[in-house]
Design a binder for this molecule. Structure first.
Ligand SMILES: NC(=O)c1ccc[n+]([C@@H]2O[C@H](COP(=O)([O-])OP(=O)(O)OC[C@H]3O[C@@H](n4cnc5c(N)ncnc54)[C@H](OP(=O)(O)O)[C@@H]3O)[C@@H](O)[C@H]2O)c1
Length: 334
């Protein structure tokens, strides 16, 4: 590849079930000229998110789908190497929707500057990026946990879950993680300070919840949906809050999403279940970022990034999320 060649993954078709390399077109094209109002960014790290699977589907969601033939949408961080936009200068590092490609050329809509001297670049996609914002606002605003309460988190060893669990610990809660595999569960306790863990791949989740949450669940931070959501609903404490942050177990469904059958537990326990979309909190990101940076600096919060190298591995690397092959934030080094 020469400096002027841009490798890109375009969305070629809408997948049925799990996505694969066949759903994308890989192409190499020359990098264009920067026009007025545009920037050229050399992409360095891309955020791989379960939501990308949803963006490949047609239909109404909280954000428009990626059009067929467009560069696959991805958040990323990179360096401005040419600019005709007044807000950004050559040499600035930025975070924005850079796309699955080597270079972003276009208007820097929604882009903001980041400082690589303050934190390593991938951290701006994990604890200091959308992952951290999601964990922070979903837990604190929707979940509103009080010290001493029991917080259960699914997808606990993943990007959002691992940060959310640690914030709940900072707030004085008892935190139980649900994750796949012995190793992940053990490191939730040993490395991240969780009080307990349930290995949904090797034990009965209902039995695990009974063991770990004898007084019931006050806050449930749901990243996975499906059977695990149903199991936690059956153990809610009175006035519990259920945060619907995501439902990765349902994203590759060919049939309709499986809804909870135990929802009457909400009635019995005067509990509530509420959906969450991180972008609603954009005006408050800067303040939250400062607080998270403080926790990182003091060692109260650990940010875990799982970095895979090579833009060309994108389709297979994205699928790691759905196989549970990542621990912490999955990042693609371009
Ligand atoms: N609402 C919002 O604004 C917002 C913003 C960002 C993210 N999210 C959501 O937050 C959730 C977590 O995202 P993330 O970026 O932090 O991803 P992640 O948790 O780092 O990665 C996904 C993890 O999900 C688990 N998983 C995969 N398939 C599963 C299944 N069938 N059943 C149970 N667990 C399964 C795997 O862990 P195991 O090894 O434990 O199986 C995998 O590592 C996703 O649902 C995502 O859509 C929502």
């Amino acid at each position: 590849m020469t400096a002027q060649t841009n490798r890109q993954f375009l969305l070629a078709k809408r997948p049925s079930g799990a996505a694969s390399r066949d759903d994308f077109t890989f192409q190499q094209v020359p990098v264009g000229e920067v026009a007025a109002g545009q920037v050229l960014v050399k992409n360095e790290y891309l955020s791989l998110d379960p939501a990308m699977r949803g963006w490949m589907n047609e239909g109404k969601s909280y954000i428009a789908p990626v059009n067929l033939g467009d560069v696959m949408r991805a958040l990323g961080v990179g360096k401005v190497i040419a600019s005709q936009a007044p807000e950004f200068a050559v040499g600035d590092y930025v975070q924005g929707a850079l796309g699955v490609q080597d270079y972003f050329l276009g208007e820097p809509r929604g882009f903001y500057k980041i400082d690589p001297k303050l934190a390593p670049l991938p951290r701006y996609l994990s604890a200091l990026g959308m992952t951290g914002m999601t964990a922070y606002f979903a837990l604190l605003d929707v979940g509103a946990p009080k010290a001493g309460e029991t917080v259960v988190i699914s997808g606990a060893a993943g990007a959002v879950g691992s940060v959310a669990g640690q914030i709940a610990k900072i707030k004085g809660c008892r935190v139980i993680g649900i994750a796949g595999g012995k190793e992940k569960c053990q490191s939730l306790i040993d490395e991240l300070g969780f009080d307990g863990a349930i290995d949904y791949k090797n034990e009965d989740v209902n039995a695990g919840l009974k063991r770990e949450c004898p007084k019931g669940v006050d806050v449930y931070f749901d990243n996975v949906g499906g059977d695990i959501l149903d199991a936690v609903l059956s153990r809610l404490a009175p006035k519990a809050r259920v945060i619907i942050c995501g439902a990765i177990s349902q994203y590759n469904n060919k049939e309709a999403v499986k809804g909870p059958t135990n929802y009457l537990s909400l009635l019995v326990n005067r509990a509530r279940m509420e959906g969450f979309v991180v972008m609603d909190y954009a005006p408050k990101f800067a303040a939250a970022g400062q607080e998270i940076a403080g926790w990182l600096a003091s060692g109260k919060l650990k940010s875990k990034e799982d970095i895979v190298e090579g833009l060309e591995t994108f389709p297979e690397t994205l699928m790691k999320l759905f196989k549970g092959e990542n621990f912490g934030k999955l990042v693609l080094k371009v």
